[in-house]
Design a protein around this ligand. Structure first.
Ligand code: GLN
Length: 412
């Protein structure tokens, strides 16, 4: 169990923030792009700003044009004609897609002491959201098999007996994140079916964070949890324009789910932010309306495949061990062998944490490439798993990744 204290502690993103790192450090830490959204989407944002209405409040559910674009884009995937009035809520980002609306959701569904199961490593915002709402996080680690020559996300396995043992009479929610940040694992149908069977047996709600669903490599299939038999009515799917359109600062995301969950979520959203950023919603609507005709998702995936290759080629050249991501723009480097001088001057913020906190600091300072320590995404009892890994984000232009790749050769 973690106390609220950890959720109130300094977050990993601000410790490894560019503001604290040398100016010439290449930032592969926090997952955001060093390139803009496509021009045609930025043009749509400017067009929206030029109108009067798009500069003002939107409906708390989201602008109708965006909700219709969401319905048209996702209905086929979900195998149902999504209802724009009752089954879609636009949120302030996928942090509103990941944590923020998740907070709203939890405010209504979690009572003091209720338990929420999350797989480790977990995106850090989940923990804070559960804890802030009086819930109790329960951790089920994915078990990496790093003995393999070339491990992939699929080599991070769920122990289903362990998962079953984690369920108690207080369990309310299980959080699924596929493609998974930070492992890059794309959950298989079999894995998701087993989770679904537990959700059914113990009457659990499932929060399915699928914000990296447009970044699934090598033809692997992304399965939407809500489409598994019987799961629609107990699943909320979280999506993000930030990941889809390289616009993480726009703060536009959305939730898709059954009306009984969307209703209280909307009520909470309305009271906290009232509505999400209006002009950016219009721009994202244009994005969703035009992605298919522009072949945008396929092209973007191709670009990310090349970005991933720049990093993996560099690590292969080094003979380094890493987890090949099946999805997302994150890669976990095995840093268990990395060493630094005993008397290295680490700042207080990284002391007393897993050894990965030191490793990431050391690599940022001495090699000039920043990354994120993975033990942040584990409970204290499981830091020994996470501290063997540093997470590198490859949502950067190829020139930057090539420079990072060169610098990483210093790890040899
Ligand atoms: N999703 C981003 C990442 O994992 C970070 C978002 C945030 O900083 N809250 O890097």
């Amino acid at each position: 169990r973690l106390k609220k204290g950890r959720a109130l502690a300094q977050d990993v993103w601000s410790i490894y923030n560019v503001a604290n790192l040398p100016a010439d450090c290449i930032n592969l830490g926090q997952g955001y792009m060093n390139f803009s959204p496509p021009q045609w989407i930025k043009d749509a944002a400017n067009d929206a700003l030029a109108t009067v209405v798009a500069n003002h409040y939107s409906h708390p559910k989201g602008r109708i044009r965006l909700r219709e674009a969401i319905r048209n884009y996702y209905s086929h995937d979900f195998g149902r004609d999504l209802n724009v009035e009752t089954e879609i809520v636009v949120t302030s980002g996928a942090n509103e897609g990941e944590p923020y609306d998740f907070v709203h959701l939890n405010q209504y569904l979690i009572q003091e002491g209720d338990e929420v199961i999350m797989f480790e490593p977990f995106f850090d915002q989940y923990l804070a959201c559960v804890v802030f709402n009086g819930g109790v996080p329960v951790y089920v680690p994915l078990h990496p098999d790093m003995s393999k020559d070339k491990p992939t996300g699929d080599d991070w396995k769920i122990d289903f007996d362990e998962l079953r043992r984690a369920v108690t009479s207080r369990t309310k929610i299980i959080i699924v994140n596929t493609p998974h940040n930070p492992v890059g694992k794309v959950f298989t149908r079999l894995e998701l079916e087993k989770i679904a069977a537990l959700a059914e047996e113990f009457n659990l709600l499932v929060l399915s964070d699928e914000v990296y669903d447009t970044l699934v490599f090598d033809g692997k299939e992304h399965i939407r949890f809500a489409t598994l038999p019987g799961m629609w009515d107990r699943t909320v799917t979280v999506e993000s324009a930030g990941k889809m359109f390289a616009a993480t600062g726009w703060r536009v995301g959305w939730l898709i789910g059954p009306s009984w969950i969307m209703h209280p979520t909307l009520a909470a959203t309305t009271r906290i932010v009232f509505c999400s950023n209006s002009p950016m919603q219009e721009a994202v609507a244009t994005g969703l309306e035009q992605v298919a005709s522009r072949g945008f998702i396929e092209n973007q995936l191709q670009e990310y495949t090349e970005r991933r290759k720049i990093l993996t080629d560099a690590l292969d050249k080094l003979g380094a061990k890493y987890t090949l991501p099946e999805g997302t723009y994150f890669l976990l480097l095995d840093i268990s062998d990395l060493k630094w001088p005993e008397d290295y001057p680490f700042p207080d913020s990284v002391l007393g944490r897993g050894r990965d906190f030191k490793a990431c600091w050391f690599m940022a300072m001495e090699i000039g490439v920043s990354s994120i320590p993975v033990s942040e995404f584990y409970c204290e009892e499981h830091v020994d798993i996470g501290e063997n890994f540093a997470r590198f984000a490859f949502c950067k232009d190829t020139e930057t990744l090539k420079r990072a790749a060169e610098r990483l050769q210093a790890l040899s």
